[in-house]
Design a protein around this ligand. Structure first.
Ligand SMILES: [Zn+2]
Length: 272
């Protein structure tokens, strides 16, 4: 599932290709992707709009349109945006086409069909955006903020890191990598972390997310950039998916455990 670095990679790709372009036609091939609107209304509201900006909040992509309207996209498991020259026939997993300036096609492709495209009149009145926690790469992320979020909690730190209402954008892959970088066991609870550990955690969150953005995200299953090429951070993962392989630092076999129905990977020797 795309997390902050993958969504940021898509946003940066789209910024280069679609900003300032006018949406000249819209075709929807799967109505579920755009609920609750009908394909006709969805297309009608977007056609003629100009894409003024493409930004990110947590794992949401946000297209700011003129006249004033926002298109929120969530990639969920397998959603992707591809920008290409015009095509005559949609491929199997294409869910919507946005023709830009009559010359280019922005495609929303989604094999598993959990991704969503939603039009909203105002971000301030959109609950799913307003309830998001802080952006981890902003100056809002401080060890003090982590202390406020975590120090009363008996929830495991791995799950706290993935709680989108506390910090927005971290999912399963990066939670494991961040905790390895910080040398903290995923099984520790928020309330068990010392000030020293919270400081280490803050640095590790920013270090891992920035490193993953530099490598254009992680393509373990099917994440692709807007040019359909893969990211490269899968080559730099130290624990995620490394079950029973020797730890990068100490050679102890990496363990896989299940927390809230998701796999966590860690080194029981390096992470205490
Ligand atoms: Zn180790």
């Amino acid at each position: 599932m795309p997390e902050l670095p993958e969504v940021e990679t898509v946003v940066r790709g789209l910024q280069k290709l679609v900003v300032s372009q006018k949406i000249t036609s819209v075709q929807v091939f799967r109505n579920n992707a755009i609920t609750p609107l009908s394909p006709e209304i969805f297309a009608q509201r977007l056609t003629g709009s100009t894409i003024e900006a493409v930004t990110r909040r947590g794992k949401f992509l946000i297209f700011q349109l003129n006249p004033r309207l926002w298109l929120l996209a969530h990639l969920r498991m397998t959603g992707k945006f591809i920008v290409t020259s015009l095509l005559s026939t949609p491929q199997k997993h294409h869910r919507a086409w946005f023709q830009l300036d009559h010359t280019q096609l922005m495609i929303f492709d989604d094999m598993r069909c959990f991704g969503t495209l939603e039009l909203v009149e105002s971000l301030d009145d959109t609950k799913k955006i307003q309830q998001l926690g802080i952006e981890p790469l902003s100056s809002q992320l401080t060890w003090n903020h982590l202390k406020d979020c975590f120090n009363q909690s008996s929830t495991a730190i791995k799950n706290l890191l993935m709680d989108q209402t506390k910090i927005a954008g971290i999912g399963n892959i990066y939670a494991s990598e961040i905790l390895f970088e910080a040398r903290i066991s995923p099984l520790r609870t928020g309330s068990q972390l010392s000030i020293q550990e919270l400081k280490k955690l803050k640095k590790s969150i920013q270090k891992i997310l920035n490193a993953a953005i530099d490598k254009n995200g992680t393509s373990i299953s099917d994440f692709r950039k807007v040019d359909e090429k893969t990211g490269e951070f899968q080559n730099f993962l130290k624990v995620y998916g490394k079950n029973e392989l020797p730890c990068f630092h100490c050679s102890t076999p990496i363990q896989r455990i299940i927390q809230q129905q998701r796999s966590s990977f860690f080194c029981s020797s390096c992470q205490q």
